[in-house]
Design a protein around this ligand. Sequence first.
Ligand code: SAM
Ligand code: DTB
Ligand code: SF4
Length: 346
Amino acid sequence: MTATPITAAPITASARAQPVRLHLPATPRPAPAGPWTREAVSALLSQPFMDLVHEAQTVHRRHWPASDIELASLLSVKTGGCPEDCSYCPQSVHYDTGVDASKLMAPEEVLAAARAAQAAGATRFCMGAAWRSPTDRDVEKVATLVAGVRALGLQTCATLGMLAPAQARTLADAGLDFYNHNLDSAPDFYPQIIGTRVYDERLATLQNVRDAGVKLCCGGIIGMGETRDQRAGLIAELASLQPAPESVPINNLVRVPGTPLADSPPVDPFEMVRMVAAARITMPAARVRLSAGRRELGDGIQALCFMAGANSIFYGDKLLVTGNPDVEADRALLQRLDLRTSGTRA
Ligand code: SAM
Ligand code: DTB
Ligand code: SF4
């Protein structure tokens, strides 16, 4: 089953025809040197499932309250028209997905959404913009949004594409707590999904964000046709960042009609549980967020992901442009599993 963006128009056969994409060659990079090499993570991911989940739950309980889940809400403050060609993304200008480009939202609209998210129980508010890299003027405007959201008492997160050092400092000064910038996949798979930027550009922004004193939210996507070893490669890269990201979103590909990955065979949902477990074991102090694609996972797999150490979800009826489980369904699931939502650490 594929997901449809909320704003999608019917996709015609011609809209499915994909443009020719010029992919950049993979940059040769040294393998991660930390304790979590790709080989070590690969071995972890391929452990017997029950052993892996047991180990992850044990690590989780050492670092976090066992039953506490953070609720993070997302808002697309600037939607569509992105010049990047990320094969999974409904907001890329390269694909006809029925998502129209819009301008940056006005502060009062964003603050109204943040207040509503807070009233519904969210403790973190993430603002996403479909930019390759914002202009300084864009960053100034988002800084105003960040300051406003923080003044409400919410933790702030933004995801705006690549940032220069001074731009990261502007956002830090406005009170940005987290910057989301995903590595998405292993370095050797990356050129197959994105042709308009290279892995090292991603790493440079992560460094600029760190240098500005903003915490990192950095993870990836599974289900794009990568191998399990390539999933291990992603986890090894994340765990080898010095320090590791404070927040790690694990996304299950939302297959959006019109994108090149629309017809990707779905990944075995137990791979999602394995990824969450590997993230928990290798990055014990991180919030591991069960992110996009929860609707396709169902309640049982989500429960296993919580068991494996996921302690955050995107909460609210919409992600950026695609759907998410509705708030009532999430509240019911958390209640059935006796999960609390204080969003605080032990
Ligand atoms: N433009 C910015 C960027 O790429 O960093 C911020 C927004 S972008 C939509 C944020 C992240 O959403 C991507 O890095 C990717 O991991 C995730 N994402 C986008 N489309 C997705 C999809 N169809 N399924 C799952 N995750 C997706
Ligand atoms: C992340 O890792 N996942 C979120 C958030 N960071 C910005 C985005 C998911 C997007 C899913 C597809 C969409 O709605 O555009
Ligand atoms: Fe989508 Fe972000 Fe890629 Fe742009 S950079 S196409 S918004 S994932």
